[in-house]
Design a protein around this ligand. Structure first.
Ligand SMILES: [Fe+2]
Length: 404
């Protein structure tokens, strides 16, 4: 039986499973499963080469018998192209280590090639459960390890797992149960509690999910396996997001003109303890806030929201090399799933806010840049001279906005 991850599935998922209970599905129909062994190996080699070049294995962790090894040692045992494929890498490692685990976070950072596949999955999820205030993290777990190197644990994220090689078995407990049996936290030995656990297992083509409240550990008989996991972090409230955005607003020059380390006061509290006044700095800042119009406030929060939304739920922007555009340049969007998002300013209808991959730009509605953006979003190959005058090109080249 195949489960199509269509909108009917996601609607049911959001009602019955999201942040409620675990799920294991056989044979899912989703572009995520099209990222196979060969694709993962290709990404791993790209990432490993980059780490060797930078002399920094950031993004990789390697555990031997449950112990994390040092950064410099990680560099020595990353995959190399001579391994030919994941199994080749495993055979090389297996000769040295009877229990190893390679973890690679943010594998997509090195290439946008398979981002579409993930996006189709995450966008459908977000459509039904909301967009993360934090982000979704993508990790790869590979090795012959018998148990997760950090024991039974809980993360602040709901996790979707997709085996790429071999099969995967996860043992889960509820938070309520672990609260009553705290010895389980970080445990490797838990036979006493097995009867209280739930098992979710998956083979290549399958998917498992557990909510952020599930304590979990992966178990294996020592066979080689490689698994993708998508962790949707739910540890940031809207309140936190809003206050961060608000802090940004307060930091703006027009609002916060008082930047002194000492607050002037007219009088210290009276002998009775009574406080006589609110210092002048407060009154002035309150007045500056009150002077903000509703549309100015909307514009500020719109900018913050667009920057966040344009990251598409990923942890950070994907780094791409960028060449300055010339009038002769011909460009197109690297993929049409990731659109350049835009919206009119609330305060000024001639101003358009534009965001792409976490970068932001304010443009005039009448500028050629707006037409360029509309055409790029349609998939048109655009010759820059058809859209931009030299001065506009200059503004664009100086901005943080990058379309490829
Ligand atoms: Fe975990």
């Amino acid at each position: 039986m195949t489960t199509d991850l269509n909108s009917k599935f996601w609607s049911n998922f959001s009602k019955k499973y999201w942040e409620k209970k675990p799920l294991a599905l056989k044979n899912i129909k989703s572009p995520v499963v099209a990222i196979g062994e060969a694709e993962i190996f290709e990404l791993l080699i790209l990432f490993s080469n980059k780490c060797r070049k930078m002399d920094d294995p950031a993004g990789f962790k390697f555990y031997i018998d449950g112990e994390q090894i040092s950064k410099m040692d990680v560099l020595q045992i990353l995959p190399i192209s001579n391994d030919k494929n994941l199994l080749g890498y495993h055979q090389r490692m297996n000769k040295m280590f009877s229990d190893y685990c390679l973890v690679c976070d943010e594998l997509l950072q090195v290439s946008t090639k398979y981002k579409d596949h993930i996006l189709e999955f995450t966008n459908s999820l977000y459509q039904h459960v909301g967009f993360p205030n934090q982000f979704t993290e993508i990790g790869l777990y590979l090795g012959n390890y018998k148990k997760t190197p950090f024991g039974v644990h809980v993360d602040s994220c709901g996790v979707f797992s997709f085996p790429i090689v071999g099969q995967k078995k996860f043992r889960l407990w509820t938070t309520e149960f672990v609260n009553k049996n705290p010895k389980l936290d970080r445990a490797f030995e838990y036979s006493k509690y097995k009867k209280n656990s739930e098992i979710v297992s998956a083979r290549v083509g399958d998917m498992t999910y557990w909510p952020s409240t599930s304590y979990h550990i992966a178990e294996s008989d020592g066979q080689f396996s490689a698994t993708w996991s998508l962790g949707v972090w739910i540890d940031k409230s809207f309140q936190k997001t809003f206050s961060e955005n608000f802090e940004e607003l307060l930091g703006q020059e027009s609002i916060s003109t008082i930047n002194k380390p000492m607050t002037e006061l007219k009088k210290m509290p009276l002998a009775s303890g009574e406080v006589l006044d609110l210092p002048e700095s407060y009154s002035r800042s309150i007045q500056a806030l009150k002077n903000l119009t509703s549309t100015e406030l909307q514009d500020h929060f719109l900018k913050c929201w667009m920057k966040h939304l344009s990251l598409e739920g990923f942890k950070k922007k994907i780094q791409t090399d960028f060449e300055k555009l010339t009038l002769k340049s011909k460009i197109k969007l690297p993929n049409l799933k990731t659109k350049i998002i835009w919206k009119n300013s609330f305060a000024n209808k001639n101003v358009i806010y534009v965001a792409y991959q976490g970068n932001f730009l304010e443009i005039s509605k009448t500028s050629g840049l707006f037409n360029l953006i509309l055409d790029l979003n349609k998939g048109v190959i655009c010759q820059i001279s058809h859209y931009l005058k030299p001065a506009e090109l200059n503004i664009f080249n100086k901005s943080q906005l990058r379309f490829f």
